[in-house]
Design a protein around this ligand. Sequence first.
Ligand SMILES: [Zn+2]
Length: 379
Amino acid sequence: MIEIDCEFPGGNVVVDGIEGDRARVRPDLRDTEGHWFYWYFRVRGAGGRTLGFEFEGDDVGVRGPGVSRDSGRTWEWLGAESGDERSFAYSFPEDTREVRFSFGMPYTQANLEEFLAAHAGSTHLRPGGLCRSRKGRAVEFLSFGKVEGEPEHRVLLTARHHACEMMASYALEGMVEAALAEDETGRWLRDRVEFFAAPFADKDGVEDGDQGKSRRPHDHNRDYRAPCLYPEVRALREWARQWSGGKLRMALDLHCPGHRGKWHELIHFVGVRQEDIWARIEGFCEALEAAASGPLPYRKGNNLLFGVDWNTAEEYGPLDGEPRSASDWLSTLSGVWFGATVEIPYANAQGAEVTAETARAFGRDLARAIQQHLCEGIE
Ligand SMILES: [Zn+2]
C-alpha cells in the first residue's frame, strides 16, 4: 500500500487523496498568512510503480522537486522534465523502501549535527546554546574563526528567519568551511575575525517543517520591533548588542527568495532605503562580485534596489526609527558598517544549478568577499 507522510523533522504535506497512480498533495500552510510553497514528504510502499503527484498551486520549483533516496541526507533535483509547476511524476525502482521529495533540499538540525561532527576536531569552531525555543528546543549558535583572544573584527551571520529557506543553510556551511580551511583565506580569517552564527533563527519552524515566511501575527524576520515574540530573536538581540563590542563590521542575514521568476532565480542583496547603509552594502557587493569564483554567479547589478518589485515602502511601513527586519536591526548596532539581507535562490541562479554543494561554494565566495572587504575597510 502506498503511504505518504511527513512524520520526521522538516516534514510538511497535506495529502488530499491517492487514487490509482495519482496523489493529490499540497503544502501545509498552518499559521501562514496567504500562500507559500514549502513541502517535504516521504513515499513508502511504491516500489515498481510510477506515480504522479499533483498540487493545487504552482508549488513545484524550476528544476522539479528535490529527491532524496537516503532518508533526506543527500538530495538532487529530479529535473524540469519530471513535470511542470503543478506536478511531477516519479518511477520508483522495484526495491525502493522510501523516497523523499521536497520543494527544496531540506536542512534541519540533523544536517547541522552531521556538519559539526565532521569538524569536531577543529579548535576554531565552537558550537554553543543561544536559548530555548518556544517549544523548548535547544537553539544553537556557532562561534568560529578567531575564537581565542581579542579579534580585530567581528562578523555576525544568521539564517532561517524564514524556516523554509533551507538553501541558505548550505551557504552558511560553506562560510564556516572557508574560515576553517587550510588556505590563505582560512588562515587570514582565523587570525583576525571572530564569527558568530545563528543557523536556525526559527528553530521550531525548521524542525516542524513550517513555512515560517509570513507566519501570523508576524514572522521571525519582522520580529525586531520590541516587544519581540520569539525567544530566538530576543536572545539574538541581546547577544549581538553585548558581543559586538565596537568590532562588529558586517552582519549578513541569509535568505531564499520566492520560487519562480526573475528575482527568484538570481542571487541578490535586498536594497534598503537608508542611502548611507546601502552604499556600504554595495561596497561589500563589489568585493563579492570580484571574489565570486564558485559555480553560482553573482552580479552587483542584480541587487533588488529599494522601490523595486516587492521591496517598497508599503512592505515595511513608515520609516519611524523602528527596525523592520533582522538586517535593518543589525544595521543599528554600534559601529557596524551594515546589516544586509542576501537572497540565495532554491534551484536556479542565472542558469546555474543551485544544490547543497554549489550553495556551499557560494558561501566560500562570501567568506572570501568578507576577507577582501575587511582588508579594504570602508571609505
Ligand atoms: Zn526570507
